[in-house]
Design a protein around this ligand. Structure first.
Ligand code: 6PG
Length: 232
């Protein structure tokens, strides 16, 4: 197994700039090869400086498709919405020209929406770059440990690209891309900060048990190159 490339920076801003540089290079490869490129981003707080850096980069944004690794099942007007987070922080400046595809389907039950989300995501694949975060419990996207349906969401033999999840202790139901969808990309970046997440990463890489830390399913696979971007 080849371990992920580990890229450290001196602070969150330097890390964000490095990640933005590398994501732009990846998207440019896709644009050069196919005339379009697809980027998957995550919610949370870590992406903020990355989005602020990326949205200023010169790129043929009108031919870039952006979607989400997961979504909280709330309206795009809700403060917890990842779609709202991306529209307010990434789809501005130069990146305002990008094409965004959300996961939330207004008025739909999350379990019924899985198939619509599947078709939406399928139309954007294969991805050029998937940017994931990680929680201190080792979750990534909305693949949370000890959650019903996790094994199916991690099962590469299944054809599902999206799955409705109901993680314990999480405020809202979540729509997540499955591992199969997340790995169908030229590159994967895992963007994490702080010593606690560094310890969780180190543990997940050695323990290799996705049921305990789902992020390890991304870290230990050999299908898609993974780079981890970290700062203290
Ligand atoms: C979400 C994200 C989630 C996030 C981690 C880390 O919807 O919240 O997709 O997987 O990446 O929870 O979040 P922080 O960056 O806030 O630590």
């Amino acid at each position: 197994m080849t371990a992920p490339e580990f890229i450290a920076a001196e602070d969150p801003l330097a890390l964000a700039e490095r990640l933005a540089d590398d994501v732009v290079l990846c998207l440019e490869d896709g644009l050069d090869a196919r005339g379009s490129a697809s980027l998957v981003v995550s919610g949370g707080s870590t992406p903020l400086p990355f989005f602020a850096a990326l949205r200023l980069r010169p790129l043929d944004w009108k031919h870039v498709n952006i979607t989400l690794a997961d979504e909280r099942w709330v309206a795009p007007t809700d403060p917890d919405s990842n779609e709202r987070f991306v529209r307010e922080n990434l789809l501005k400046d130069r990146a305002a020209l990008a094409n965004f595809t959300g996961l939330y389907i207004d008025g739909s039950d999350i379990n019924e929406a899985q198939h619509v989300c599947h078709d939406r995501i399928a139309s954007l694949m294969p991805f050029d770059c998937v940017v994931l975060g990680m929680g201190s419990d080792g979750h990534t996207a909305s693949l949370f440990p000890e959650t019903e349906g996790l094994n199916d969401a991690l099962d590469l033999a299944r054809s599902d690209l999206c799955r409705a999840m109901h993680p314990k202790g999480v405020a809202q139901a979540r729509m997540t891309l499955t591992l199969k969808a997340l790995l169908d990309s030229q590159e994967i970046a895992v963007h994490i900060t702080g010593d606690e997440k560094r310890q969780v990463y180190d543990y997940a890489l050695v323990d290799r048990a996705p049921e305990r830390a789902p992020v390890s399913a991304v870290l230990i696979q050999e299908e898609t190159p993974v780079s981890v971007y970290w700062c203290a």
